[in-house]
Design a protein around this ligand. Structure first.
Ligand SMILES: [Cu+2]
Length: 95
């Protein structure tokens, strides 16, 4: 029996690759409940640091780190070591 209705979406993991001093994709879309996962494939460490100070994720070289998206909105973040590295996460409310 199929119980999924059209409006139901499972929580997803959105992958952002950190490579060559850049977040890819630079603009990511998520829904509340989703997880954002950064994969640093560079040989240097980075951070994903929310400009409003809500979160600060360390991304050591070659490592993966993730956080859950709990509130809707548009979040702008950067790397504390390389401030030219910037990204945006658009979080939609859960329907
Ligand atoms: Cu960096």
């Amino acid at each position: 029996m199929l119980l999924l209705s059209g409006g139901m979406a499972r929580a997803a993991t959105i992958a952002i690759t950190v490579s060559d001093l850049a977040f890819e994709p630079a603009v990511a879309e998520a829904t509340v409940g989703d997880t954002i996962e950064w994969r640093n494939v560079d040989f240097v460490g980075h951070t994903a640091t929310d400009r409003s100070g809500q979160w600060d994720v360390a991304l050591p070289a070659g490592k993966t780190a993730s956080i859950g998206m709990t509130t809707p909105g548009v979040m702008s973040y950067f790397c504390r070591f390389h401030p030219q590295m910037t990204g945006i996460i658009r979080v939609k409310p859960k329907l």
